[in-house]
Design a protein around this ligand. Structure first.
Ligand code: UT7
Length: 336
């Protein structure tokens, strides 16, 4: 399964990120719902999250900021970008693709853009899409953004969800690589039997917006936390171990695990099953909470300076649908 260096690989050459300035701390939440800092930290590992308070700003704002950060820091001409994928579960609007708007706003007028909705697995799947496009030889620069304004679908009266989620965005640029580095292998799964356990029920074609759906609060995210927790641990660890096995790797050989940041206990459970030392397991959930499609690119953004060429990285994600998977990636030096 490992890439031979005679074919084109796809690797990340630049990274950007953005989180809003406003912080929602556990202490702030204590004033809104019946909860406390100790409970939240011990059950989830979260200390605070970032919230995009301006009601006029949506997911596209987060995505544009992360993309501009990537473009400006790396001196990239946006007109050279061929394609823009926005992984999001909170698009600006139901019909118009957020990615099309983002591409235009960042000056990528030669690119086409579309959204990918796979909840918390969205960015992992979008990286796979981008890698495939680059490996095909047809596209040279594919921008992948994971962005979510989760505060737009959270019921701040529901303590079982409002303590978990935050807003943010991260972006990566995929380009061809001729040394066999970058995207190596992936194992993706889905199971529609899980859709009622984690969803925003209304606003789609099954339950279009109506006064009843509004009264019922059906436009908010609801989940069966315990059920999702167990499914997330078993699915992500099974996917990650499958990736290790079919690439003849053990946990010792993995340099880093970048897993979706939904709950610190989920991440710890997976790393235990994978037999990974804790220093290989990257976490930033304490400061951002669960930013859905943005958790993995924000990990890449925060920890980019510690990766070395050739490092073996495992990505893992699990989200609504259910959707989940794991991927194996060999680190390539960034442009800057
Ligand atoms: O991104 C992928 C999607 N999401 C996830 O992966 C999330 C997966 N689930 C979870 O992270 C956890 O299930 C939660 C953090 C949501 C909940 O943690 P838990 O350890 O599963 O708690 P629980 O739901 O079993 O609740 C335990 C107790 C209950 O009280 P009783 O019945 O034992 O008296 C809850 O009512 O904790 C209570 N509780 C709270 N207490 C204080 C639930 N939420 C809170 C809260 N503050 N915010």
């Amino acid at each position: 399964m490992t890439k031979s260096n005679t074919t084109i690989s796809a690797s990340i050459t630049a990274i950007g990120g953005y989180v809003p300035e406003d912080r929602l701390t556990n202490k702030d939440l204590e004033l809104i719902v019946e909860t406390n800092d100790d409970w939240i930290q011990s059950r989830t590992g979260i200390k605070e999250r970032r919230i995009l308070k301006d009601p006029k700003k949506a997911t596209s704002f987060l995505a544009i900021q992360a993309s501009k950060n990537l473009i400006l820091k790396n001196n990239i001409d946006p007109l050279t970008i061929d394609m823009v994928i926005v992984a999001t579960t909170t698009p600006d609007m139901q019909i118009a693709a957020t990615a099309a708007y983002v591409a235009t706003q960042i000056g990528s007028n030669n690119a086409f853009g579309y959204d990918l909705q796979a909840a918390c697995s969205g960015f992992l799947y979008a990286m796979s899409m981008a890698a495939g496009k680059v490996e095909s030889g047809r596209y040279k620069k594919v921008l992948v953004i994971g962005a979510d304004k989760m505060s737009s679908v959270i019921d701040y009266k529901d303590r079982s969800t409002c303590i978990l989620f935050g807003d943010g965005a991260g972006a990566v640029l995929f380009e061809p690589n001729n040394e066999g580095l970058g995207w190596q292998d992936e194992y993706f799964k889905s199971d529609g039997a899980g859709r009622d356990a984690l969803c925003v029920k209304a606003g789609g074609s099954l339950f279009p917006a109506s006064s009843t759906t509004i009264l019922n609060g059906d436009h908010y995210l609801r989940q069966d936390g315990g059920k999702v927790f167990k499914s997330a641990v078993s699915a992500m660890s099974e996917a990650s171990n499958t990736i290790l096995e079919r690439n003849n790797m053990t946990g010792d050989e993995v340099d880093y695990l970048l897993a979706h940041q939904a709950n610190e206990r989920i991440i710890e459970a997976i790393s235990k099953i994978m037999k990974l030392n804790s220093n290989k397991v990257l976490k930033n959930i304490a400061k951002y909470g669960n930013t859905t499609a943005a958790t993995i690119p924000l990990l890449l953004y925060d920890f980019q300076n510690q990766f070395k060429k050739g490092d073996k990285i495992i990505f893992a994600a699990f989200g609504g649908g259910y959707t989940w998977g794991a991927a194996y990636y060999k680190w390539n030096k960034l442009v800057k």
